[in-house]
Structure formats: C-alpha cells, structure tokens
Design a protein around this ligand. Structure first.
Ligand SMILES: [Zn+2]
Ligand SMILES: [Zn+2]
Length: 596
C-alpha cells in the first residue's frame, strides 16, 4: 500500500470520527456524505443551527475523546432492505436516499438516465463508531486511536448532491497527517495559498472583476489584466513565429449545422449554450475554434507541400459550466483558448510533436515553471458508444504518443478512459511554487475529423489523402493561466509581465513636471510607467507602489533633477541605489526582452 493510500484511509477514518463527534454535540444531526479529498476530508451535515468557526475547536475536542478512547470501527453486512429500515429508524433521510439509489440504479452517483452499467447489490456494508452508523464500503483503520494528528480547517455551505434545488447542508473540512510536523507544514502552505488566492489578489491588484449584471463566470479583464493577456499572447506569438504558424481570426458564433457536421452536436452538447435563431437559421456560441479552422483548411486545395499547415488563433469560446463549479478565473463560461490546429501527414506526426513539446517547454521557462508532468488520456476499450473509430486506430495513436513522451524523457501518467471521442491527448500539468497542480497545455491528436469532414491533401503520388489534425491549446485557457500566474508569483510578476514596470514618485510639487518628462522617455522605449504625483509623503507612495507589486520605483527630488543619476528602489528591497539613466534603460530593456 502506498503512503498516499494509507493517508487516505486515515483521513477517511477521521471523517467518521468527526461525524461521530458532531453526533455527540448535535444528537439530531443528519448526515450527507463524507469523502476524502486532496490533503484531507469533509463531511456534510444538516444541523439545527448554523455552525461558526468557534464550533470547530469544540468538535475537535469531542474527536480527541473518541481518538483517546480508541473506539472501534465495527463493520457489518446488511441486506439492502434491512439497511433502509435501520437508517429510517435513525431518521437519516439522506442515507435512505442513497440506499434507494443503490437499490434501483446500482450506484449512488448522480448520473444521466439510461446508464445501467452497475450491478445492483442486495447487500451493503455499514460501519459503527460509537453511536454513529454510516453506510460505507471502507476500508478504515482498526480503531480511532490510529488517527494520528488532525485539524478541522473550515466550514462551508454545500447543496446536497451538488444540486441547487436540494437543501443546503453544512460542510466541515478537515485534514489528518502522520505527525505534527507534516500537519504544520500543510497548514503553513495553506495559509500561503490563501494569501496568493487569485480571486483575492486579482481584486486587490485590479486585474479582473465580475459583475452580477453581466453574469456568472463571465470575467472582465481590467487594464492590468489586459496587459497580462497581451504579454502571454506576445510570448506565444514569438515562439510560434520562429516555427511558422499562420494566425487567423474567426467569429464567435456559427450555425448549429456546423457542429452536426463535426459530431460535437452529438457528443459535446451539454457543454454548449442553448442555440438561438438568426433569420430562419439556428446558431450557437462556439464552444471551441476547431470547426472554424477546418473550414479554413477546406477553403482551397492542399498539397503535401503545404503540410504541416499550422493555423493559430486566440479564440474566445463559450462553455456551459455549472454555477457551483465556477471559481474566479480558473473556471469560467467565457474563455480564450490559445488554440492552433496543425494539419500533418502521418509521417510528420512525430516531428511535429517534438516541436510542440519544445515550444511548450520554452513557454514554461518564461513563466518560471520548472515542475510538470504529462497525463496521457487514452480510450476505454469497454465504452463502445462514446468513441469514433476502431480499436486498432486508437491503439496505434496511443502507442505513438507514448513513444514520443519516452523519447523526450518526460514524466507521464496514463489516464485510461479520459480521451475525447476523436482521439488520445497529452495534457501538461504544472506545479506552481506551492506545489499545486494546474492543467495547462493540451496537445490532442485527431485521426478522425479530416476523414469525417472530407479534408484532404494531394500526397506525393498525386492521390488524395486525409491529414492528421493536432489540436493545440498552448496554455489551454488564457483566463486560467492568468489565475495561475497570479498565484505562482503572488502578484509580484517578473518585469516583462508586470502591468506597471516603473513607478515614478515625485518628492514635491516642483518635481512633477520632471517626473512626467521622464515618464515620456520611458514610454518611448516601450516600458509601462506611471507617475505618482499625489500630495503625499514619499514613504506613503513607496508603500502604495510596493502593494501594487511594481518592480521599479524612482524617487525624483531636487538631487535627481540636478544630478545625472536616478534613485531606484526595487520591489521588496528596502535600500535605494543610484544608477545612470542610460544604464537603467539598458537594464530594464534587457529584462523585458529576455523575460528574465
Ligand atoms: Zn467509511
Ligand atoms: Zn481543436
């Protein structure tokens, strides 16, 4: 058993201990579900009153008693009807609902109708811990005394089964670890993550906003956010230009017929917004740019000499996400994908992937992302309905992607059943400075769409052939990338990304004109500069600029106007130093150009 599996068992057991403790404090509590999650666990409760943070130490105290008494996890198998009766007698309505689902559908998962893949059990297992009885498969520790160290971390509201039509339950989050040192390290990391939360920093640094009148999941980039977006795109365009990408622009809507042609209508509709009528035709907001790019490919006849043909666009798309799943910029309903569609011949696939991987690595380097791995999503041979094309084609595609990863010595893991309906894919998952995972670049192979849509090229022998299409999301989503960069850098972006690179601070009213002249000079060389000419103390202005995470602060007083040197203060450094103007210009230009 791996360490992670052992930890999960302890955390799962700790969730039972927490539920038993809650039952002691609230004998009328009703219980939802209590799974383990990354780094911890939670349990959902219906309670006679709202919990406050002051309740957590009391619940922890009750948990400590149970741990001290080494209460046993007593498992028992029951017939499903017997279990229904037991939980009815205990007035545990949510558990009864789960049991009835198990009985009727064979699963407690909320799934679409018509999926009858599960065997319906006639027996279930229950576990007792003191007076607390839970419907649970296990496994658990032998007794509560084996829960080493734990801590309850927060309270939140959560709809029963994630559905806003259902009652709102109270969720308590907790964590459990092998020893105090690990718990302390985790809590410290968590505190740091809270400070870096892009929703909090994004507001403070005026990077983006949401507005109720505009709608959920529809972010507005403020001027500082727009700079980040432009800089990311500039970096990507530079990398693309070295290789030979062709950039296009296409509309955000299209006729729904287009998506019927591609098969998205059948396979992807739940992620699309409702169609709307224009004249007497039906249109949709596009959920992706691929179909538009296919039409560009089809616009003229192509020969093997034209391939690889690389069409790129930062394409804004619209996807339906459940409101409960939206979170800042990380999950939105309007997103811009730095997309490309690369049309290649079968013998160009490997070289193109080599190139793509190199491009992704260049981008990661600019963002100072050193730690990443790839998840290789493959098909599920048992699911016949979901996928286009046959087993042999799938196997061939998956094998070649794996070979390329091995050849490039990239850490990867296989994810069977995770592939899209048209082909296997590589997803780059990066770890930020706090070790948290962010999904970034996607390189998806597509052996099928060209054939489906009749996209062809004339091969060397003069015969028509279908190109293979590679879908590339460079970062995947610009919005998520901005969120990641805010948290990764804690808002203190490198100079090339900083919305304001230089803040010029006037000492007194007499110096303002000189500050503005200097600002114009810096603007001329392409730097982003602001003058703070407010009637405040220099100390105050420096504190403000530090809070805005501006990398360079220039203080201009009598000495600077008279002399030949500038007084510079760097972000996070208390000391001011003197430097000749030209030297400073050379320095900042080099940092911007090299993204250092
Ligand atoms: Zn359990
Ligand atoms: Zn695509």
């Amino acid at each position: 058993m791996s360490n992670q599996e052992k930890l999960n068992i302890m955390r799962h057991s700790a969730a039972h201990v927490m539920a038993a403790a809650v039952l002691k404090l609230f004998p009328d509590a009703k219980f939802g579900i209590g799974p383990t999650i990354e780094d911890g666990f939670y349990y959902d409760f219906e309670l006679p009153r709202n919990l406050s943070p002051e309740d957590l130490p009391k619940i922890e105290q009750a948990m400590s008693e149970i741990v001290k008494n080494k209460e046993k996890f007593a498992g028992q198998e029951l017939g499903i009807d017997q279990a229904v009766k037991l939980f009815k007698d205990l007035k545990q309505d949510y558990k009864v609902e789960l049991l009835n689902d198990l009985k009727q559908k064979g699963t407690t998962e909320v799934k679409e109708e018509g999926q009858e893949l599960f065997e319906k059990p006639d027996k279930v297992s229950i576990y007792k811990l003191g007076d607390f009885v839970d419907l649970c498969r296990g496994p658990h520790l032998r007794h509560a005394g084996e829960v080493k160290v734990f801590k309850l971390t927060s309270i939140a509201g959560a709809y029963w089964r994630g559905d806003e039509k259902n009652p709102m339950l109270q969720r308590i989050y907790g964590t459990a670890w092998e020893n105090q040192k690990e718990l302390d390290a985790y809590l410290k990391n968590r505190e740091e993550a809270t400070k870096r939360d892009h929703r909090k920093l994004g507001k403070e640094l005026e990077i983006f906003m949401f507005n109720e009148n505009i709608g959920k999941g529809l972010p507005l980039l403020l001027p500082n956010g727009r700079v980040l977006r432009e800089e990311i795109l500039k970096l990507e365009t530079e990398i693309e230009n070295r290789v030979g990408y062709e950039r296009v622009w296409t509309p955000h809507i299209a006729k729904s017929d287009l998506y019927k042609l591609t098969g998205h209508w059948e396979h992807y509709r739940e992620c699309m917004f409702s169609p709307f009528g224009v004249d007497d035709e039906t249109y949709v907001l596009r959920p992706m740019t691929c179909p538009h790019h296919y039409m560009i490919y089809k616009n003229k006849s192509r020969s093997w000499r034209d391939l690889p043909l690389r069409i790129a666009e930062d394409g804004t798309c619209y996807r339906y996400e459940k409101s409960g799943e939206l979170g800042g910029l990380a999950r939105v309903r309007c997103l811009t994908i730095d997309d490309a569609h690369i049309f290649v011949t079968p013998d160009q696939v490997k070289d193109e992937y080599r190139l793509l991987i190199k491009m992704v690595q260049q981008m990661f380097e600019a963002f100072k992302l050193k730690d990443y791995y790839v998840s290789l999503s493959t098909h599920d041979p048992k699911d016949k309905k979901k996928y286009i094309a046959d087993e042999a084609t799938w196997n061939k595609a998956e094998k070649s992607l794996e070979e390329i990863l091995k050849e490039n010595k990239i850490k990867y893991e296989l994810c069977p059943g995770e592939a899209a309906f048209y082909g296997p894919k590589l997803d780059f998952i990066v770890h930020d400075v706090l070790g948290r995972e962010w999904q970034m670049s996607t390189l998806q192979i597509d052996f099928f769409m060209a054939e489906r849509l009749g996209l062809t090229y004339v091969d060397k022998k003069g015969n028509p052939a279908h190109p293979i299409i590679v879908h590339r999301g460079f970062t995947g989503s610009l919005e998520r990338t901005i969120a990641m960069l805010i948290e990764h850098f804690a808002g203190a972006f490198p100079v090339w990304l900083s919305p304001t690179q230089i803040k010029i601070i006037s000492v007194g009213a007499d110096h303002i004109e000189h500050c503005r002249e200097l600002a114009r000079e810096f603007m001329d060389i392409g730097a982003r500069v602001q003058v703070d000419d407010m009637n405040e103390t220099v100390g105050n202005k420096i504190r403000k600029a530090e809070k805005e995470r501006v990398p360079y602060m220039l203080v201009i007083g009598d000495k600077e106007i008279g002399g030949k040197e500038l007084s510079i203060r760097e972000r996070g450094v208390k000391k001011t130093y003197k430097i000749k103007k030209q030297e400073f210009i050379d320095k900042i230009l080099k940092q911007i150009k090299e993204r250092s």
